[in-house]
Design a protein around this ligand. Sequence first.
Ligand code: NAP
Length: 279
Amino acid sequence: MRIIVFGANGLLGRALISTWQGDQVTGLTRADADIRNLEQVQNSFHRFKPEWAVLAAAYTDVDGCETNPELAFAVNSQGAANVASAARDHNARLLFVSTDYVFDGLKTSPYLASDARAPRSIYGKSKAQGEIKISEILPHCCIVRTSWLFGLGGRCFPDTILRLASTRPEVAVVTDQRGCPTYNHDLASSIAQLCRAEASGVIHATNAGECTWFDFASEIINISGLKTNIRPTNSDEFKRPAERPRYSVLSPASLHAYGINLPSWQDALRRYIAARSPL
Ligand SMILES: NC(=O)c1ccc[n+]([C@@H]2O[C@H](COP(=O)([O-])OP(=O)(O)OC[C@H]3O[C@@H](n4cnc5c(N)ncnc54)[C@H](OP(=O)(O)O)[C@@H]3O)[C@@H](O)[C@H]2O)c1
């Protein structure tokens, strides 16, 4: 199978390129094709003639989106629509990577793939609009929502905690946001399986289990054998420009329907820390 991956330099894109075996996978960076530019996107499909396009390119600076909404919608919504149009024109399938931030976080039980979108932040709104646009253009597209991505190949929460912990005796982390950490390699392997299974519709893909950012940070310190104190705090003390969902646990039912079961986030975190270069 021929695959093109938009966003090949990103945290997920790098994992897709390094882990995907058995297919002909071509990674495209922003320099190869800016997804805001329909002609560049069309040229990529024309040149590589993929059976599947995986759209992992996005403007992911959640707080930056609040101050630059035009860019957020241009990339995450119109850019996604451009890729969907080109996929339709070239008879290719599309897998769009989306986010738990399409939900408002008011639920107290895991979000189902069928739950209504209710984004609060500009980032969430731009990704939700991207989902809607691509579904209109390509009704059989596949939308894979994930959350709290971490891994080698880019900035991520465990990396930040380990860097802070190496220079500070204490790090404050919020206890009032709950979600599912997801290892980029595990997500990349699920995405490859979903493409091979000709998946369509909305699918939630995260590592198994759930935690708060405080729990996540505590486990990072625990596994690393560090002595740094993780101090509980809350979102009111830790104001940020974009509102984050208080609860964004994604139900794995839609992923299990394809026979894919991801390991626990603690297992994934241990593998990430083992693979990470020493500080
Ligand atoms: N990170 C998370 O915690 C998280 C959680 C849930 C969902 N997601 C979703 O997962 C996907 C992958 O996220 P990620 O963490 O891998 O993001 P990332 O590390 O920020 O990578 C995104 C990539 O998209 C590229 N890009 C940005 N604008 C572009 C444009 N106009 N044209 C082409 N490429 C462009 C970036 O290129 P440059 O490097 O040149 O800017 C970057 O390499 C995204 O769809 C994101 O919404 C992420």
